[in-house]
Write a protein that binds this ligand. Structure first.
Ligand SMILES: Nc1nc2c(ncn2[C@@H]2O[C@H](COP(=O)(O)OP(=O)(O)O)[C@@H](O)[C@H]2O)c(=O)[nH]1
Ligand SMILES: [Mg+2]
Length: 430
């Protein structure tokens, strides 16, 4: 065990270093927006947990399986509400488990976390919530009272898939005849999940007792008998002594990795939102310029300045170095590619209505036509020029996102996808 503890402390040290380096990376991202601030706070919580060795054991399972009773049994006092009514435990609750000193490990402070039943309130949402709470725990006691049902199977699968260490607890053993108990236990041992052990308990057992009535008759009464948690405390002691530090380190790292994914997802969304704005601004500028001067604006090459500037701005936005001539070359590739796809035909099919959605401006294509023919021509030409810029901008964006290449599928495939997105935005705009 000494070797395991030293190893575990080393794992904790390594995890601390990993969190520190994550912290530095995130701070270096700059622009401290709300998502970053939140991620840093969560990272600090995880760091504190690691430093203090706060190890949490959660009881998870369906309502009425005896989770709260089990935790009370471990604690040796009724800290958690338990009872026969449905749904006694409303929300997750953590209690320090100081009395675990019999086999407690140095530099770890244990806590017990009670959770509402997986099925406490009907609905997938609530089910997931219980699993979510359990994701923060370092060790899970999954409490069943017989053959697992479908909901229990799903939760066991989700938790073990997420890499959570799970001890399966077969509670209410007092309610079974020995032969039935043996049979169920054999099945539990053969469940297809990587479990850290299967134990049998009786957290709040009862016994039927005959009580003599004054009239000489006999009443049968259920009376509470002593709980039996020996197998559970044995398994817990062994897991925590052998793996406590390591499980804590792994769980903290898994938590940090979840925070990191969330942060990166948010960043990517923000970045693409900003790129969309750059594209829209350029498209509007070009559409307006051409609309006010439709006949000279017909020359699409004259608008190339706007498009090149947009490409350069996008490259800067995505941190890709690019020269003016490289941007012009990219523009040429995209324009040729769009020509190759039969863009004129496409515009005929999709119609000018598409441009309203993609430009983000209402172009009064029909209303003004009778009154101001000149303006109508200008607007149509302007919208067309603007849409070209949207296409060019989105194509350049895809090129930049792929690390300044068109990717394995090539330019044509990317352009086809970009045209598709424009059609989608038309459907949304209508
Ligand atoms: N017979 C028996 N009843 C139990 C056992 N454990 C819990 N119970 C009873 O089951 C009911 C639900 O227990 P509770 O701990 O509130 O379940 P939870 O909803 O999973 O937290 C209570 O009436 C407990 O007394 C047990 O091992 N044997
Ligand atoms: Mg409960």
């Amino acid at each position: 065990m000494v070797g395991a503890a030293v190893h575990g402390l080393l794992h904790r040290h390594q995890a601390t270093l990993a969190l520190e380096s994550l912290h530095q990376q995130w701070v270096a991202l700059g622009r401290p927006d709300q998502a970053l601030t939140q991620a840093l706070t969560q990272l600090e919580t995880l760091t504190a947990k690691l430093k203090q060795g706060r190890f949490t054991i959660a009881a998870v399972g369906l309502v009425g399986r005896g989770k709260s009773s089990l935790l009370n049994g471990l604690l040796g006092r009724p800290a958690f509400a338990a009872g026969p009514q449905h749904g006694v435990t409303r929300s997750a609750q953590r209690v320090d488990w100081l009395g675990a000193s019999a086999w407690s490990v140095e530099h770890l402070t244990l806590g017990l976390l009670d959770t509402p039943g997986l099925d406490e309130v009907a609905g997938e949402d609530r089910e997931n919530q219980a699993v979510q709470v359990a994701l923060d725990a370092d060790l899970i006691l999954f409490v069943v009272a017989g053959d697992p049902n479908r909901v229990e199977h799903c939760a066991l699968e989700a938790l073990t898939q997420a890499g959570k260490p799970v001890i399966l607890v077969f509670n209410k053993s007092d309610q079974y005849r020995p032969a039935d108990h043996t049979q169920i236990l054999a099945k539990l041992h053969h469940l297809p999940y990587p479990l850290r052990g299967v134990v049998t308990t009786a957290a709040a057992p009862t016994q039927v007792q005959a009580v003599a009535r004054p009239d000489g008759g006999v009443d049968l009464e259920r009376v509470a008998t002593a709980p039996d948690l020996a197998q559970l405390t044995g398994a817990l002691g062994q897991q925590i002594a052998a793996n406590g530090h390591t499980l804590l380190a792994l769980n903290v790292l898994a938590g940090a990795s979840r925070v990191q994914s969330e942060l990166l997802r948010h960043r990517a969304a923000h970045q693409s939102h900003q790129a969309g704005r750059l594209i829209r601004q350029a498209a509007q500028a070009k559409a307006l310029g051409v609309a006010l001067n439709p006949f000279t604006g017909l020359d699409l090459v004259a608008g190339a300045g706007v498009d090149t500037a947009l490409i350069l701005r996008l490259a800067h936005h995505y941190g890709v170095p690019m020269t003016q001539s490289a941007a012009l070359e990219l523009l040429r590739q995209i324009a040729l590619g769009l020509g190759g796809l039969g863009l004129g035909e496409w515009i005929g099919r999709v119609g000018l209505g598409a441009m309203r959605g993609s430009l983000g401006v209402a172009v009064p294509l029909s209303g003004g036509a009778a009154v101001l023919p000149y303006l109508a021509v200008g607007l149509a030409q302007g919208a067309l020029a603007g849409v070209m810029t949207v296409l060019i901008g989105r194509a350049a964006q895809q090129y930049l996102l792929r690390g300044a290449t068109w990717g394995p599928a090539g330019l044509q495939a990317v352009l086809r996808d970009v045209l598709q997105t424009l059609e989608v935005s038309r459907v949304r705009a209508n």
